[in-house]
Design a protein around this ligand. Structure first.
Ligand code: UGA
Length: 450
């Protein structure tokens, strides 16, 4: 059992990591500056939605495995290993904003009073661990008082518990064998299959690859992973665009393409582009890293450009059917969170689309099963309902933006008696188009000729 502190423990990554580590049998103290989130967490409630998380969290609080505090000193003094999971948002020039990471390092420099392993979970550019080390070394001695480790996270929102308890791999980078040893001890219960989690959908019964490397390679594994995933999405969105022009059917194309085992069909769904707090931010940061090192990353720039263009493709579909004047046109957006299964609206492309439509005078209504209150916080004028019939009432156009099962299973015949039948634009290829045809509803599926 290791005493672990998590700094930034109320954010998505910090919370899933803290809960996961506590479930491995460690004693975790999770610290965050967000008092209201900490108070909720003490009571076993999380502002961040993650399927199955609260049940595990409550059990761990009861057993005394995890506690929450706003007091960083308390977290530091009670921990042998500190995980830093504070945010690193994008600056205007694409670089990662390291101010929170640097502030934490400056505080730790004053607080650490025994050998402590500092684990960087936040996605940070190469060189950041050197900055952290330099800040700590102003008062402390590397190897004697501290060591720094990079241990990137590969958590997908909505599937974070699977990715913690049954990860595709664990990557740990450090030049210190003592610190590497400490991390191996922490993850040992996972590696030896010694974890019992009460989450039926997780298969913990398989071998987990464990990669030990240097710090820079660990950080680049993270950036390269997200860039590769982003590239797959931009690639298939581009193929979808070509397919549409020449009369193909994107679902068949993805199927045929994915049968090559070197390609595979997962993570190859076309749509409005990649949104959310990670892929776009990390891709921009990687391009920036290349740029700063005088390397021309043409391919990565193309991945980003296609993503920026993708929203325009969807706008063109809307104006193509409703005409260029969208004033007072009722448009329903299905799926406001950046993807299905989450209440996260950060960098949601649905919200970007909403702003474009709103600015042209359209009357926009949103539908989302989880993200209504989160949307209200940043876009109070956008009404988001979780009732499909309310959302679709009087709509001139409906745009399906994520793959929520409520959209594939929706019975469109309930609209037949409506005065206006909407035009359905399906960016995800999830809607039952045979049913739409039978109901006399016209539609457009991204990537497929009509
Ligand atoms: C992503 C990565 O998948 C995780 O491995 C990584 O740990 C995480 O970022 C992170 O860096 O923290 P996440 O942002 O939760 O995870 O979401 P994804 O499932 O990757 O989806 C990202 C965006 O791509 C969403 O807008 C989604 O709708 C879109 N997407 C995804 C597609 O358009 N097509 C696909 O086939 C898959």
């Amino acid at each position: 059992m290791t005493n672990i502190g998590v700094i930034g423990g109320a954010g998505y990554v910090g919370l899933v990591t803290g809960v996961g580590l506590a479930a491995l049998g460690h004693k975790v103290i999770s610290m965050d500056l967000d008092q209201s989130r900490i108070e909720m967490l003490r009571k076993g409630s999380s502002a961040v939605y993650e399927k199955g998380l609260e049940v595990i969290l409550r059990g761990l609080i009861k057993k005394g495995q995890i506690s929450f505090t706003e007091n960083q000193l308390q977290a530091v003094r009670n921990s042998d290993v500190l995980f830093i999971a504070v945010g690193t948002p994008s600056l205007d020039d694409g670089a990662a904003d390291l101010s929170a990471v640097i502030a934490v390092a400056e505080q730790l420099r004053e607080m650490i009073d025994k050998y402590t392993v500092i684990v960087v979970k936040s996605t940070v550019p190469v060189g950041t661990t050197r900055i952290i080390t330099e800040i700590l070394a102003q008062k402390l001695t590397e190897s004697e008082d501290f060591d720094v480790v990079s241990n990137p996270e590969f958590l997908r929102e909505g599937e974070g518990l699977i990715d913690f308890f049954a990860p595709s791999r664990i990557v740990v980078g450090s030049s210190s064998t003592r610190a590497l040893e400490a991390l191996r001890t922490i993850y040992e219960p996972l590696l030896s299959g010694n974890v019992v989690v009460d989450v039926p959908w997780i298969d913990v019964d398989r071998e987990i690859p464990y990669v030990e490397t240097d710090v820079i390679s660990a950080q680049l594994i993270k950036y390269a992973s997200n860039a590769f995933l982003a590239a797959r999405i931009s690639f298939i969105n581009e193929i979808a665009g070509i397919s549409e022009k020449v009369g193909g059917t994107i679902t068949d194309i993805v199927f045929g393409l994915g049968l090559d085992p070197r390609i595979g069909s997962s993570y190859l769904k076309p749509g409005i582009g990649f949104g959310g707090p990670c892929l776009d931010k990390d891709l921009r940061a990687l391009i920036r890293i290349a740029d700063e090192n005088s390397y021309d990353s043409v391919m990565l720039a193309g991945v980003l450009k296609r993503n920026d263009l993708q929203l325009r493709e969807v706008m063109n579909k809307i104006t193509g059917t409703l005409g260029p004047n969208l004033y007072k046109k009722r448009i329903t957006l299905l799926g406001i969170a950046f993807k299905e299964g989450t209440n996260d609206v950060r960098q949601s492309l649905s919200l970007r689309l909403y702003r474009l439509l709103r600015d042209q005078g359209a009357l926009v209504v949103g539908h989302d099963l989880l993200a209504a209150s989160e949307t209200a916080e940043i876009e109070p004028n956008l009404v988001v309902t979780s009732d499909m019939n309310v959302a679709l009432d009087g709509a001139n156009a409906v745009v399906v933006l994520n793959a929520e099962s409520a959209y594939s299973s929706f019975d469109w015949s309930s609209l037949i008696s409506s005065e206006v039948l909407p035009y359905v634009i399906d960016t995800r290829g999830v809607v039952d188009v045979t049913m739409l045809s039978n109901c006399g509803i016209t539609f457009d599926v991204l990537g497929s000729a009509e």
